[in-house]
Design a protein around this ligand. Structure first.
Ligand code: FAD
Length: 401
């Protein structure tokens, strides 16, 4: 039996950027909060070497309004937290070239349309010609056609930020427990009453249970969600490649590419970090296996975009962090149908760091008011089921057409 006399109002499972930033916001708002983390804070996808892109440029349009909230908050916390959150607003460039089978006018049209849509959805975006892009980023290959520039994009030291939120949450009164792996959600017919730890201890839940355990979420949720509430998801392990910068060149922006699987960041010591779509093999035990082909693809795309990188030497590859991905690359955020006081969010699909503060602000609002913010509607797992209902209700002629 769980002892409810000392239950925290909100129990959060997962000590990544989602769990820690939510714990901070709720504790600051006066809620009693316990955060349970299986390992250490930032031991999952929110930790590891280098920096993460804090990027709205090129993002799924459904995420942009939330991303705009997040980018404002990154700037605010960088100023208001003692020591900041490791956030640098460098501006972002998404580079375009004419890929095989396309025409320059299509590429230019796509750039203009994307920039207009992004601006309308809260991400100021400007189309740059080739010369304008080269003026901002002189080391770019002159073969590019142009770029979309987003002044609010930047980078963040994810490990530092996650630890800073945990520290500030604790200062605001949250209980942060590490080495506390949850094995099971304890519940009555309609309410989550506690969580059971691997040690056998039951941590009671006061009002709300929040599961933001990323790659650990599905195992906890499966026994309590109805089959249609579970989304089509899988795990991947993105590879980060680090190369030297022997010519001491500077890359001024967070750089991504519209057609190549490439992201380039220059970390504060000058080293170049290459990523953006090369993954390694995943096993459920968390072991990983790198591959020459993943590195080759990444380096080739980097050299095509920044020719000077051909002078670099290999420093290291890191692919030790697991991330859960959803089939349409936007997250699954819901409230369990059977357990009305439990909410969950996962499936950030490889770009969840940048947008995290926007989502956790909305989670905090939801928990405080009891009303789910409309901005979260596009992320409901029901999006995979509603089309069937709509088709069933539609007149036959229209379906056939
Ligand atoms: C290599 C890599 C590069 C990335 N690059 C970018 C980028 O450039 N820009 C961007 O925006 N995003 C990026 N992402 C994605 C981003 O880092 C993640 O979406 C984000 O960190 C997820 O945060 P989280 O808090 O949900 O998960 P996590 O940080 O994984 O935290 C979940 C925590 O839950 C804990 N946990 C799991 N199961 C249990 C359990 N049963 N009981 C208790 N605790 C449990 C885990 O130990 C873990 O610490 C990248 C991800 C990776 C892996």
């Amino acid at each position: 039996m769980s002892d409810h006399s000392n239950a925290s109002e909100v129990v959060i499972v997962g000590g990544g950027i989602y769990g820690t930033s939510l714990a901070y916001q709720l504790a600051l708002a006066g809620k009693t909060v316990t955060l349970l983390e299986a390992g250490e804070i930032a031991g999952g996808a929110s930790g590891g070497p280098g920096e993460r892109g804090v990027r709205a440029n090129g993002r799924d349009l459904r995420e942009l309004p939330v991303c705009a909230i997040a980018q404002g908050l990154w700037a605010t916390y960088q100023q208001t937290f003692e020591g900041g959150v490791g956030y640098r607003r460098l501006g972002g460039l998404q580079v375009y070239d004419v890929s095989y089978g396309h025409r320059e006018h299509e590429v230019l049209g796509r750039m203009a349309a994307n920039a207009a849509a992004q601006s309308m959805l809260g991400t100021p975006s400007e189309v740059l010609t080739r010369d304008q892009a080269l003026a901002r980023e002189p080391e770019l290959s002159p073969a590019i056609v142009g770029a979309i520039y987003c002044p609010n994009d930047g980078v963040g030291d994810h490990t530092f930020a996650t630890r800073q939120f945990a520290k500030e949450a604790a200062k605001a009164g949250a209980i942060i427990r590490t080495g506390a792996k949850v094995s099971e959600i304890v519940h009555t017919k309609s309410t989550a009453t506690g969580v059971k730890l691997e040690s056998g201890e039951i941590v009671p839940v006061g009002d709300r249970l929040v599961i933001v355990a990323n790659a650990g979420a599905e195992a906890l949720l499966k026994p309590v969600l109805k089959p249609h509430e579970l989304g089509p998801i899988w795990n991947l392990m993105p590879q980060m490649l680090y190369v030297s910068n022997p010519l001491n060149k500077t890359i001024n922006h967070l750089l991504s590419h519209a057609h190549r699987r490439l992201a380039v960041k220059q970390v504060p010591d000058g080293t170049l970090m290459l990523s953006g779509g090369a993954h390694v093999a995943y096993t459920p035990e968390g072991l990983w296996k790198g591959s020459l082909s993943a590195m080759t693809q990444n380096v080739t795309d980097a050299v095509q975009t920044f020719p000077f990188i051909d002078n670099s030497t290999f420093l290291k590859a890191d692919a030790s962090r697991v991330e859960t991905v959803s089939v349409d690359h936007i997250p699954l955020i819901g409230q369990a149908e059977g357990l009305a006081n439990m909410i969950y969010g996962y499936g950030w699909s490889g770009h969840g760091f940048a947008i995290s503060l926007g989502f956790t602000k909305l989670f905090a609002e939801w928990i405080q008011t009891g009303v789910k913010p409309e901005a979260l509607d596009p992320f409901s797992p029901m999006r995979f089921h509603r089309p069937a209902e709509i088709l069933a209700a539609a007149p036959l002629g229209r379906v056939a057409a």
